[in-house]
Design a protein. Structure first.
Length: 264
């Protein structure tokens, strides 16, 4: 019994009308399609089906029966067709004696070595590839040497807490707004509105505003607070006088204004 070639690298395109196959290179995938081989039984079934479409009924059923018969006895016919297809495609592929792969002679076959290029690489092809890789590697090395001479971190903050932000960094979303305060609905209890049982305490009063300069000035004689009165209620002395230049309140007995320096 002879070995069967192309057992894994082919595609069966056979139908009930005939046989046809695609064969592919094991290395690059280039393909070859064999000639169509008509099936005698399939042709007879097609004729009967065509007649059934005209005359109907019994003849059409006979065509379907012929197709079923072709499926039942088509094994040997299919094998013969595949064997013929293999012989036809062998002239378009070469089998490597080292690895056994079937490869296309145009791309993957090294004719001088009698092996596929995976087992016996083509010198010119590999040399051209190695030359290109060497030039790329040398250029990459030269770029790294040139980059070493450039200061890329002169203005970079390298402190412990410094972070370099990527230009494509996505900012963190803002925190959600706080929930609105519970409303003062007269038809709902405090608990239903999220309020304490006794309600909220009234807001604290605003801080007291500082007294004006005129009110805060004490009596020039006894230093008692005058409360904004023109004369002291304790000793009867006048509370203060005003600068004739800037109207700044002054203590009684002042000779110069403490704000503008005018002589009184």
């Amino acid at each position: 019994m002879t070995l069967i070639a192309f057992t894994k690298n082919h595609q069966d395109l056979s139908t009930d009308r005939g046989y046809q196959f695609n064969f592919y290179c094991d290395k690059c995938g280039n393909g070859f399609m064999t000639s169509f081989q008509a099936s005698v039984i399939g042709t007879a079934g097609s004729v009967l089906r065509a007649a059934g479409s005209i005359f109907g009924g019994v003849v059409s059923s006979a065509g379907n029966g012929a197709y079923e018969m072709q499926r039942a006895v088509g094994g040997p016919a299919h094998d013969s067709a595949f064997k013929a297809a293999v012989e036809e495609c062998k002239g378009h592929f070469c089998q490597c004696r080292n690895c056994g792969l079937w490869v296309c002679p145009e791309v993957c076959w090294n004719g001088q070595a009698g092996q596929c290029k995976a087992c016996a690489p083509d010198f010119n092809t590999q040399f051209a590839s190695a030359q290109a890789h060497a030039k790329v590697d040398a250029a990459r090395s030269q770029l790294q040497q040139a980059a070493q001479k450039v200061d890329y971190v002169q203005n970079t903050d390298m402190s412990a807490g410094a972070v370099w932000h990527s230009p494509y960094a996505v900012a963190a979303p803002p925190p959600p707004p706080p929930p609105p305060p519970p409303g003062n609905d007269p038809y709902r209890s405090n608990a239903q509105q999220g309020m304490p049982a006794g309600g909220y305490a009234p807001p604290p009063p605003p801080p007291a505003q500082p007294a004006s300069t005129a009110t805060a000035l004490p009596c020039a004689q006894c230093r008692r607070a005058t409360g904004g009165l023109k004369f002291c209620e304790d000793c009867g002395s006048p509370r203060s006088i005003s600068c004739p230049n800037c109207n700044q309140p002054l203590h009684a007995g002042a000779k110069f204004c403490g704000t503008c320096g005018s002589h009184l």
